[in-house]
Design a protein around this ligand. Structure first.
Ligand SMILES: [Zn+2]
Length: 326
């Protein structure tokens, strides 16, 4: 299996206000684990910046204009109460999108079997016409549209296991039966969307979980609702909104998932990709705010992508020690 890893230094220059959970240290934690011996065989690439035409397949021109216009020369500008731009934010957001579209190129050209994009800011809350919830542009939705425009994909699925519902991806996909959105998430929780009754054009599959739910409920929701629908949809590409804030350590959610659950869902998605689309998966980092939980979860997710199996990385807990006081 050839797994390609996209990163970009601009992810370290998207600064957020003091105490904000979506912080630079997240990428340091991810870089540290993916820089360890276990990941020697990863092919690594710097993400290009997004092309505006690619962003505009998922967002209205006014949204792109607004984000560019608000970008501050110093300090912060807020797009909503918890979505702030610093001087480095626009560049980071553009590279986060560029990683996802370059990832699509890589899996369709055969350069890689699958791709992980370890960049920030996240994207799944960004709607066609607004930034929200730490997100500016919706990488997963843009990648899905790009696969159709640039590589002739007919049907693209996004699987989202972030603890929050990807309202942006759902909104962008809402009336397009050739785009699939399947999500597990905690409800009630921000952003408030994600009920089973939100079905779009029959292409939206929400499987909400309750605070306190863990491995058994998560796996059952995926296995009975999301994965069978994915199978019936028969995608030409699977994009993963890989948020790791459903981890039991995470401060923003109350689900109780472990790294093994992230390994399990990764392997399930890989099996579906193998059956339907030659294994093509582009996985994009979304949330995950406990640095130790994030690093361990990203580690096992990428290990699964690389090997088609995954074991606990035995040195994770010892080698990754973080200060949470950023
Ligand atoms: Zn989240």
């Amino acid at each position: 299996m050839t797994t390609l890893l996209f990163t970009h230094d601009s992810s370290l220059r998207h600064v957020t206000p003091e105490g904000h959970p979506e912080r630079v240290d997240r990428i340091r934690a991810v870089n540290q684990i993916l820089g360890s011996e276990h990941f020697r065989e990863l092919t690594r690439r710097a993400a290009p910046a997004a092309r505006e035409e690619d962003i505009l397949r998922a967002h209205v021109p006014e949204h792109l204009r607004r984000v560019k216009a608000i970008a501050p020369a110093e300090g912060f500008e807020f797009l909503d109460a918890d979505t702030a731009m610093s001087p480095g934010t626009l560049e980071a957001a553009l590279h986060a999108v560029g990683a996802a579209t370059a990832g699509v190129d890589a899996v369709f050209s055969g350069e890689a079997d699958n791709v992980f994009c370890a960049l920030r800011p996240p994207g799944h809350h960004a709607e066609s016409r607004r930034a929200m919830g730490f997100c500016f542009f919706n990488q997963a939705a843009i990648a899905a549209h790009y696969a159709r425009a640039a590589h002739g994909a007919e049907r693209v699925a996004v699987i989202d296991f972030d603890v929050h519902h990807g309202n942006g991806t759902q909104e962008i996909f809402w009336s397009d039966p050739d785009l699939f959105y399947g999500s597990t998430h905690q409800m009630p929780l921000y952003p408030g969307t994600g009920s089973v009754h939100e079905t779009g054009a029959g292409n939206i599959f929400n499987a909400p979980l309750r605070a306190g739910d863990g491995s058994a409920q998560f796996r059952a929701a995926m296995a009975t609702r999301v994965l069978p629908a994915l199978d019936a949809f028969a995608p030409d590409l699977i994009v993963v909104s890989a948020g790791f804030d459903a981890h039991h350590r995470d401060p923003l959610g109350s689900l109780q998932l472990t790294e093994e659950d992230f390994a399990w869902i990764t392997l399930q998605i890989m099996e579906a990709a193998e059956i339907h689309c030659g294994g093509r998966i582009v996985s994009v980092l979304e949330g995950g705010y406990d640095l130790q939980g994030l690093a361990a979860s990203v580690g096992i997710h990428v290990q699964a992508l690389m090997r088609g199996n995954a074991d606990q990385l035995d040195d994770t807990d010892d080698s990754v020690a973080y200060e949470d006081d950023d």
